[in-house]
Every structure is written in C-alpha cells, then in structure tokens.
Design a protein around this ligand. Structure first.
Ligand code: WTA
Length: 653
C-alpha cells in the first residue's frame, strides 16, 4: 500500500488534514479523458489477446463497442495464464462452507476443474453464444461453471440463489437458456435451501431447458428426472481433461445479469468480454491495489454484479487468492466473518454498509476477539455508507490503519466508477463520500435541464462518455436500453442516482432518483414488488415505497387495496408477507403492510408515491408536494390526510 509522505499512513481522513494535491491521479484522469483511445489501449495491453483490436472504440450513440476486431477469452485471462507458470501452485480460491468445511483450490486445480466442466458442457451440445443459467449456492462450482461457460464462449446468466422459482422462470424464458446448473441444496443459517426442487418448479414452465445439471452439496436425496437431470460428478467423470479456449470477439457477450428497473420486468444487462475485462482489471488495481499475493474477500453473493466482477473476474484476472464463504455473516456466531479474516489472513475486505451496520449493532466485542492485523484495505459497496458506520468500520475492523474505499457502481457499469484509488496514490478520505471518478470515467452532477450543479447542490449523476465496462445492451430489448439510459440527458448515460459534488470536488452518492429500492444493498424495483403483490388473489391494487431502515438502508412498505369481498386482517397481512417472499424471495419481504380502501392518485391516475412515502415515514407531505407535478398542493394534502385516517382505521383490525 502506498504511503502518504507526510503522515506515513496508507491513507488519511481528509477531515482535519490538508487535502494534498492528487498529482498522479489527476494526471491520469486528465490524460484518460484527453485521449481515451490511447489511454485504454495502454490498459488493454495488460491482458493477453489472441488478436489485437483494429479500433479501440466504435461509438454510435447509444452503442459503444470496445477493442473492435480483438479476440480474447475471459477464462484464459483468469485461469490459463496463471496455470501456465509458477502461479499454478498458488491459491486461487479459499472456500469456507457454512458448516465449517473448507476447500482450497490452486490455480492448477481450478484449471483442471474448469476444463472438465467446459468439456462436459460441450458434450451436452453447448456451443458459442448459447445461454446457460446458473442457480447455485456459494460453492466453488459456481465460479467454475462461470469460467467454464466463458471458456467455450457460452453466455452465463447467474440467478441469485435466494430467488424463487418465478425469478428463475423469468430469466430462463428471457434468455432461452437450454441448461440450468443447480445443486442438491445450499446451506443458510443451518437450514437447507432446496435449490433443486425450486429449479424443478421453474423448469416445468421453461420449455427451452433441455438439461438440469445438479452439483452435490448437501448429499440429501433430490428428485431427478430421467433424460433431463444429470448429477455433476457423473457428468465430469465422462468429460475430457482439456478443451481449448474459444477465441471470442472482444464484443462477444460474457454474461447476462438481470437487475431491477422501473418496470415490473427485470432487465437483462449484457456485458462484453474485452471491454468488461479491461475495465475491471484496471479498476481493481487502481482501487484495491490488488496483486497476486493479495488474499481478497468480497462478501457479496456471486448472484449480483458485485460477485461477478469483484469475486470472479477482476481478482482472478490478477491471480489473487479469493475467499468464498457460503453462509450467513452471523452464523453460528456473530464473529464468523472476523474468524474467517483471521483464518485466511485476508488483506483486502470488501462488504456492504448493511453488513457493517448489522455488526455495529452487535458491538465491537466480536472483532476485538480476533487478530485482524492482516487487513490492509477495506471496501464498501452497494448503497451509501453513513459516516457513523464508516467510522466504526475504520476503527474496529481496519484498526484505524486501513483506508476505506467507498466504491460507487452499478450492474450496468460493469465495474467500479467512482472510488478512492489508493492503488494510484493515497486519497484523503471523507467518510460517506466515494471521492472521485476513476480514470476514463467522465462523471458529472447535473440539474433536470442537464446543467452542471453548483458545489453542494444535489442533482442527477450522469456519465458523459462511454467507458469499457459499459453494458452492451438490454437482452432482447434495445428500445428499453435506449430509453432507460440515453434519453433523459441526450448523449450521456443516466445513472438513476442522486449525487452532490462538494467544494473540494468530492462526490457524494445520495441514493436512487427512480423507483428502485436498495434493501440491504439488494436492488429491487417497486414495480416488481407491486406486480408480485397484485398476483395475490385478495389484492386489487398495490403500491410500494421505501422507508429508511437503520440497518438495511431501506425497508419495504406495501400499501394494498383489497378485492371487494375481502376484509383486512392480521392473518391476511401475514399471508401477504409470505406470498411476497414466495413470489420473489426473502429480499422482497415487506417490513410493513397497510390496507387502504383506495390509493391516492393524480387526476390522470398516477399513484402519488410521495403521499405514501410521507405516510410511511411519518412525515407531513410538506415541500415534497412541489415534486408532484400533476397534482396541486391542496390535492396532495387532502389525499394525505384522507389516507392517514383510513390507514389508522384499518389498523384497528
Ligand atoms: C447504489 C451494485 C452509494 C446506487 C454494485 C446504484 C451506491 C445502485 C454505492 C446499483 C455507493 C452502489 N454509494 N450508492 N458506494 N454503490 N450504490 O446494480 O444507487 O446492484 O445505482 O450494483 O446501488 O446497484 P447494483
């Protein structure tokens, strides 16, 4: 880790210290924007290409294509190039099961496993461009399956193992995946999640699925359908030992990952191979100073984008050793994570503010019991981190010596966009600010008309030019791609986030500006939740708003109107909560459910969310009304007062 010449520390808090000029970072950032093609081709040369690109960038708004004409393979970058040299015997994956089992995979073991898996897929008829769905717990087979797909040019779509059958169905139907890879179960807080049964429930509604491959985890018996279902171990027994990497075009899709937007249907974000890998490889050096000797642990689930970039592709491309932990953070005891850090000598630790807040609640005894001196750098991702949680993280986990990189990014951006870059030079930190855009990232905060805001003013975060990790498209829906990201501020990418730039140029990310919630760091759309709620036979209409939650960042508040003959009751409330969990998964659990006889609407029938929000958070509608462009202040106030009465009446049940 680089040291600040004055303080001798790896990084320092800006508060109370002078802000030293960031010479190297500023110079790099300036150069990257002055001549992006030269800058990015320099970065791309750090990877191994079968064929170098003809053009660095083809930019035809809204489509950017990077390293056009180049050919490479993601599995080669992450596995082969390390397994070919002395690194073959170094650790690639430290796996820790929830029940305390461990598996350690060297790069040569990873190479062997990936090759066998890839050969098996090929034997089942998988070829370049085919989509493969992965619905697996956090076991080594998950990254192995991803890399195996990449090896033969197949496109993986990972489905978070906390999602329900419906979510699998939607994703498999959209991608027309012909294989689902799952397991006989996964462990969560000591319980078995019946992944195979859930997959079966989905598969009956997914005609594209020809085979289900089942990995062994729990050893419990599961139903197997002849001719369709295959045990992974027996499949691998008959598979070849080696299969060549497919030299895919730089623009070939590496994966599709579904994420929530403002409509009920999640969008399939498509990422490229070349641009995505170049961007992530560089970003992880700048942000985490990651090296082959790093023991790196990102606690996210591989089912989210953080898991794709931060667990699999970026750290493995640097030949780091990753920690993969299967279970819950506080199981069986609240110091499980600190135990894992000490056990493996983790140097870089990357987690979410929700997790930090949860540990703040548990108190500092947990971390104090363990030797966390191996840690050098801490990271935060997924939601804004409040200064109190930041300070606790800094003090009790980082021992006041590790800088915290607060990294802002999105499924769509593919990799980190705004973050301190201690891998370039130490950055004075301000708790709660993600600091500055990475080299190559042209971020700006603008008002509704697209003008840059003044320091201290809140606005919308936009990115004014393409970057290599940018999504290629939304799978099968180019119109939605264009409308969601490129029409609000023509020529710029609209992030959907509020942000503020302070007097020192530091960026503060202030949460979503659209109807997307961040519940415990998990991204979920209100429309998706509302669709799930109205699918319940008792529900007529539904509206969801977020409510600040001390630990989860945001909680889900559900308002419903019921069908004519249905009466509100405590039993029905419980039933609705259960229904939501079943329809989407535990992430969709409402914290509060209100029965109302009608939802407040504008004259044109739009639900007045601000009214619901004000009610949910127990504030008066006040100034929020100015944001409701279709209703008069009076109308909003009346709707609010009326609704308040009705809610309290219904609560009397
Ligand atoms: C939010 C997660 C504040 C933001 C990688 C963004 C953050 C959404 C931060 C994307 C951060 C992510 N500070 N907010 N450091 N990182 N966000 O697609 O609202 O699951 O738009 O990607 O998370 O969520 P997604």
């Amino acid at each position: 880790m680089k040291q600040d010449p004055d303080t001798g520390r790896a990084s320092s808090l800006a508060t109370g210290l002078r802000l030293w000029p960031l010479k190297r970072y500023s110079e790099m950032h300036r150069r990257s924007l002055e001549d992006p093609e030269d800058f990015w081709s320099g970065e791309a040369r750090k990877l191994d290409w079968y064929k170098t690109w003809d053009r660095v960038l083809d930019w035809h708004m809204p489509y950017a294509r990077w390293f056009v004409g180049g050919r490479l393979n993601a599995c080669y970058q992450c596995v082969d190039r390390h397994a070919k040299m002395w690194r073959r015997s170094k650790v690639a994956i430290y796996w820790e099961g929830e029940r305390g089992e461990t598996r350690v995979l060297s790069y040569s073991t990873l190479f062997r496993e990936v090759n066998r898996f890839a050969s098996a897929l090929r034997q089942l008829g998988v070829t370049k461009g085919d989509r493969i769905a992965l619905y697996l717990p956090m076991i080594p087979e998950l990254p192995i399956a991803m890399l195996a797909c990449a090896r033969i040019g197949a496109v993986h779509t990972v489905i978070f193992s906390g999602f329900s059958a419906q979510a699998i169905c939607d994703r498999v139907a959209d991608t027309q995946a012909k294989i689902i890879v799952t397991a006989d179960g996964g462990y969560r807080r000591g319980k078995i999640i019946p992944l195979k049964e859930i997959t079966d429930e989905a598969a009956v509604r997914c005609p594209s699925v020809q085979n289900i491959i089942v990995a062994r985890r729990t050893g419990e018996p599961v139903p197997m359908k002849e001719d369709r279902d295959i045990w992974l171990p027996s499949l691998l027994e008959g598979a070849g030992k080696f299969i060549d990497c497919e030299a895919v075009e730089s623009t070939h899709p590496l994966y599709v990952l579904y994420t929530s937007g403002t409509t009920g249907k999640p969008k399939g974000v498509v990422h490229s191979t070349g641009g995505y890998l170049v961007f992530n490889h560089s970003a992880y050096q700048w942000v985490f100073d990651i090296r082959e000797e790093s023991v790196y642990w990102c606690t996210a689930d591989v089912g989210w984008v953080t898991g794709h970039s931060s667990i699999v592709y970026a750290p493995l491309s640097h030949a780091a050793a990753i920690v993969l932990y299967e279970g819950a953070p506080d199981y069986p005891t609240v110091d499980r994570w600190w135990d894992i850090i000490a056990k493996y000598g983790v140097r870089i630790f990357y987690t979410s503010p929700t997790a930090v807040r949860m540990f703040v609640r548990h108190g500092e005894e947990g971390p104090l019991k363990h030797d966390l001196s191996s840690l050098e750098l801490l990271g935060s991702v997924g939601e804004p981190i409040n200064p109190e949680a930041w300070q606790w993280y800094y003090k009790y986990i980082g021992g006041e010596r590790c800088p915290i990189v607060d990294t802002w990014w999105q499924t769509e951006t593919g990799g980190i966009m705004i973050s301190p870059t201690p891998g370039i030079e130490p950055v004075p930190l301000k708790p709660g600010s993600a600091t500055f855009p990475l080299p190559g990232v042209d971020a700006a905060v603008v008002d509704a008309s697209g003008q840059e805001t003044r320091p201290g003013e809140t606005g919308y975060l936009i990115i004014r030019r393409p970057w290599p990790g940018m999504l290629l498209d939304i799978y099968g829906d180019p119109q939605r791609y264009k409308e969601t990201y490129w029409t609000r501020f023509p020529g710029s990418y609209y992030t959907g986030d509020f942000a503020m730039k302070d007097e020192d140029g530091y960026l503060w990310l202030l949460g979503r500006a659209d109807e997307v919630l961040k519940v415990a760091g998990h991204r979920i759309g209100t429309a998706e939740l509302e669709d799930a709620a109205v699918a319940h036979p008792a529900v007529s209409e539904a509206a969801v708003v977020g409510k600040a939650d001390e630990v989860k960042g945001e909680g889900i508040v559900l308002f419903v109107t019921l069908k004519e003959d249905v009466k509100p009751s405590a039993t029905l409330r419980k039933e609705l909560v259960r229904h939501m969990r079943q329809a989407i998964g535990p992430v969709a659990t409402p914290d509060e459910v209100y029965f109302v006889d009608s939802l407040p609407k504008t004259r044109s029938g739009k639900i007045m969310r601000r009214v619901l929000k004000a009610l949910a958070v127990g504030q008066s509608v006040g100034d929020l009304t100015t944001l409701e462009n279709e209703a008069s202040v009076d109308e909003v106030r009346r709707a609010y007062e009326g609704l308040k009465k009705r809610v309290s009446a219904a609560e009397g049940d």
